[in-house]
Design a binder for this molecule. Sequence first.
Ligand code: ADP
Ligand code: ZN
Ligand code: ZN
Length: 736
Amino acid sequence: MPEQYIQVAIPVPMRQLFTYRVPEALSSPAIKVGERVAVSFGPRKVIGIVIDAQAQCDFEISKVKDITTRLNDNFNLSQSLVSFLQLCAHYYHHPVGDVFQQALPILLRKIENITLSPPMVWQAQCPSEDNSDLLAKLEKKAAKQFALYQIINNHNGISWVELRTLGYSKAQLNALQSKALIIEKEQVASQYTWQENTLNQADRLVLSSEQAIIVSAINHSLAQFSCHLIDGVTGSGKTEVYLQSMEEVLANNQQVLVIVPEIGLTPQTLNRFEQRFNVPIALHHSGLNDKERLATWLSAQQGSAAIVIGTRSAVFTPLHRLGLIIIDEEHDSSLKQQDSFRYHCRDMAILRARQLNIPIVLGTATPSFESLQNALSGKYSYHQLLNRAGKSNKAKIALIDMNQQQVEFGLSGTLKHEMKQTLARGEQVLLFLNRRGYAPAINCQECHWLAECQRCDKPYTLHQKQQLLICHHCGSQKRIPPQCPSCGSVRIAPLGQGTEQLESRLEELFPESSIVRIDRDSTRKKGELAKLLQEVTDKKHQLLVGTQMLAKGHHFPDVTLVAVLDVDGALFSFDFRASEQMAQLLIQVAGRAGRASKPGKVLVQSNFVDHPLLQDLVHNGYHHFAHQALTERKQALLPPFTFQALLRADANYPSYPEKFLRALTQRRLEGCEFAGPVPAAMEKKAGKFRYHLIIQAKSRKDLHRAILQLLIQIPNNEWQGKVRWSLDIDPIDLNW
Ligand code: ADP
Ligand code: ZN
Ligand code: ZN
């Protein structure tokens, strides 16, 4: 029998596949593409994925090693997923082994045998006697328990992961169990099939004609690739369109993949899906442990999950009967991974839809310029939802000129007045400040010495509660010096204002109101965010202070005043995308105001109210602003009219990365231009000096070819051993 060789993707930072031999003892049954095998690589044993099961051996045969074992478990990858991941590696010029590594749940990257306990679900107990009295009591006395019971009762079985993500606690679950209202059962892992009671008809809304046209366009394109952009303000009924588009797909016993920026932050969205469909839903987000992630992976792969809802990396979930992909908030920058494998989830999802010949739906109130341009040029089907569904009105945005105002603690007189009136009406106020900590710097009031992180050359942020100086760039911490190290003065004071300070100032200004701060610092503890959000919904707090975190998808019906305290940073950034992101943020924030029947107001404080970008956005809206900006990008030959790659390099000395990148610019690359090398906006971070080189082309083909040529040059670059470098295709953040 001839020797059998296979090609394997291994988690190492090298771009090639590796050849191994299959010893006779392991050759039956035949090895398949997508199988996981253990192989030795240098001194290590690693998991590899079989990419080619019938490879030629191009090496000296005596040097080729045998595979060690085959992992005969349920967790092999399908041929289709393997091809997809190869496409991803190819698109981003990223080491293929690392792509597989990152796409797999952590437990599948390990050699140890995995034992998953059978999936458990909660069900309503069939009552032996009438329990309507008990339920009536529950409804009055314990509303949350009652709501939990109703969700469980509406389903044939719902997992703890789902319930937890919806914001329910173990205690509430235990309480219902001890009342014998619910029981826990093993889930039968059969393929999901559509049934009579799968759809909750009562919950279904009658579509507006705008909505109905979109649903029918999507349904007409099932079983072929098409990309739909739904462009509609917050509250215009996009989610309802997603839900009704899914019906036909689910009824065909196909699966739906739904991607959202942050599920933990938006339990309301998940709740809508849970309410509407009584089907097994698998979740994929950062609040899951390794076993739970693997369980999601498995239920998707086996087809027992009908819907997978997840964040960015859910795009790599195996779904062998996938019929539709939905990406909510397609403009959101969290869809792009910003380290190692720098993929954009939306773009990879489109690639996957194309591969599988299925439709994909992108939804947003503020389309990314990339998607908008693709829609305008006819590459995508473009659907606009111009009116808010339901009763609510659109919030008005007004600018406040800070030069004309008495300002106290960063709050203008106008804003304070509006806050008082809103609070007096019993409604809530959201203040938005994108700077956590107490103050962005501390300095000496005598000699103006500034406490700076030595490793980044940037000011330390003061965290008053922890009594620490923390560098927000590298994370290093330091105690607050009692004296100025430069002149010895004790007059050291905070400079500027962060959310922590704003919170304590508001306590002075509004002693009657309860204030809650929601940022990365205040929500570090597990479950804390869900708890705070619930408290806001329950109106335990009247004033909300938050960072960008709060701009995403929350639904606070009683927040009728939203203020952005400081918008100026984005107006003068060197990054051409900063204004796009600023505009998206303002519109998203505005979407938080007055979603219910109460009208909302949005105030934006600026020292530059005459700035044309702000004026255009406020008076003419996002779309006018976006069209204007697209025209400018076209003239300036910037994306989305051209294509970019960013080569980043850093080292302990500034000359190394500069020379490394400069050497690469010596050879002309056809159809491409170089910009740089230039020092990164943050030139020094954690002790390293950082440089950027942008490669730009008018066609993606040219860019792709150029990158291949650069990658061939790099091993011969005399500086390459002295620098760390990384490649970012379609970069969206030039600040890094
Ligand atoms: P989006 O996803 O665009 O923010 P939603 O789908 O969440 O919008 O809709 C916003 C609100 O309007 C929700 O309360 C929803 O129930 C309601 N709504 C959506 N579509 C309709 C409709 N066709 N008829 C009545 N109400 C609707
Ligand atoms: Zn001093
Ligand atoms: Zn630092």
